[in-house]
Design a protein around this ligand. Structure first.
Ligand code: LMR
Length: 392
């Protein structure tokens, strides 16, 4: 039977990791996969995570199974950060379960939406390529609208048209903050317009919050999610700790469900549990337990938030430097200054992206997406000069 299978291409983004590693040039620059880097180019383990892991090593007395919902202490400890300190469960209408990373959370959200009867999902493009892949794998119809409009801003007209065409029972997938791959987030005023539209049109929001704290701040980055939840009766929220706790390979995420009442919530989550049981049985524990230990301890929480501040400040400095450069050949770098998070898209064609890789040792996704955290004060001038060279 296996000979029936056709060869699949390697995931284009993940393949860059290996291509970059195999490049022996000393001045190569990795702007590929979305991991944070310090100004030295490293991706160190957070100090708060190291401290929590030490505590875990000393105090964990069992590794026996927990169940498909994972570590509920972890799930609940995050809720005030996501949904607000005041009544984070909205009177018992929001609860969640642990998932293997943000991808596991998105997959579970889509599978649950499908089980609830959703057939079509609307999504702005470009989006994280895995979004479309997950939707296709689960057999949902994808309808697209344009997310990235002119001058590096969100195309609200395209979103409005899409929401008008959507039918009750459709879902819309929105990035909570730090849009991947464009860095173009909705402003608070735009969320204020979007949230009631979703309610009016009876569209189920699938909110992907994978970069909280890396845009403008933990509170600021939750604005869109909170604004939507204030308007709609129900929603699914996929959360990732892979970036804001630097736990990438430990796969730490959660799916939150908001339902109309506690009864519906319990039923929805029981479906989440059975979907998880059939897929991965239960999520990996280690990273989630470390996050819980941080959030249960005021000093470790402060340490983690300070580390997150440092990351965000550095990325804003990189963005400011790019914006200040203005024009690099045909590429206008100014919009990058006001975009958020790890990513922005440069308007480069396939030949220019390949020339940057082959001739300059600069690695970026085929879409022209760059991970701005791969730029340092030591390599940013070379980057700007090389972009100018290939795009002139
Ligand atoms: C990215 O987009 O680079 C990250 O979200 C990593 C991934 O899994 O694609």
């Amino acid at each position: 039977m296996l000979s029936n299978l056709e060869q699949q291409p390697a995931d284009a983004l993940l393949a860059l990791i290996k291509l970059y590693a195999a490049d022996s040039r000393g001045d190569k620059i990795d702007l590929g996969v979305g991991v944070y880097r310090t100004d030295d180019g490293g991706t160190p383990v957070f100090g708060a995570i190291k401290a929590a892991e030490k505590k875990l090593l000393e105090t964990q007395d069992s590794k026996a199974y927990l169940g498909p919902e994972g570590d509920m202490g972890f799930v609940h400890a995050l809720m005030p950060f996501i949904f607000g300190k005041q009544d984070p469960s909205k009177g018992g209408r929001i609860d969640g379960m642990q998932a293997p990373g943000g991808t596991g959370a998105v997959r579970l959200a889509v599978a649950l939406a499908k089980k609830a009867g959703v057939k079509r999902v609307w999504m702005g493009t470009p989006s994280w390529p895995n979004h479309a892949q997950i939707l296709a794998d689960l057999g949902l119809e994808l309808k697209t609208f344009v997310h990235a409009g002119k001058a590096g801003l969100a195309d609200m007209d395209s979103l409005r048209t899409a929401l008008n065409l959507a039918e009750p029972g459709d879902a819309v997938l929105l990035h909570g903050c730090c849009h991947n791959p464009t860095g173009i987030d909705y402003t608070p005023a735009q969320w204020d317009e979007i949230a009631p539209l979703l309610a009016e049109k009876k569209i189920l929001p699938l909110l992907d919050l994978a970069y909280q704290g890396l845009g403008e701040g933990m509170e600021e980055d939750a604005y869109g999610v909170r604004r939507v939840l204030a308007e709609v009766p129900e929603a699914l929220i996929a959360y990732s700790c892979d970036k804001n706790f630097g736990l990438y390979r430990d796969r730490v995420g959660a799916l939150y469900v908001m339902a109309q009442d506690a009864d519906t919530l319990g039923r929805a989550l029981s479906n989440g549990h059975s979907l998880a049981r059939a897929a991965w049985s239960m999520p990996p524990d280690h990273g989630g337990a470390a996050v819980r230990l941080i959030l249960e301890d005021a000093d470790l929480t402060a340490m983690w938030l300070a580390e997150l501040d440092t990351m965000r400040t550095r990325m804003r400095q990189v963005r400011a430097r790019l914006a200040q450069a203005g024009q690099a050949g045909a590429v206008d770098l100014k919009p990058l200054g006001s975009q958020n998070g790890l990513f922005s898209i440069l308007p480069l064609n396939a030949d220019q992206i390949l020339a940057l890789r082959n001739d300059c040792g600069i690695y970026m996704a085929g879409s022209g997406r760059i991970n701005v955290a791969g730029l340092t004060m030591g390599n940013i001038d070379k980057f700007i000069a090389d972009v100018a060279k290939v795009s002139a």
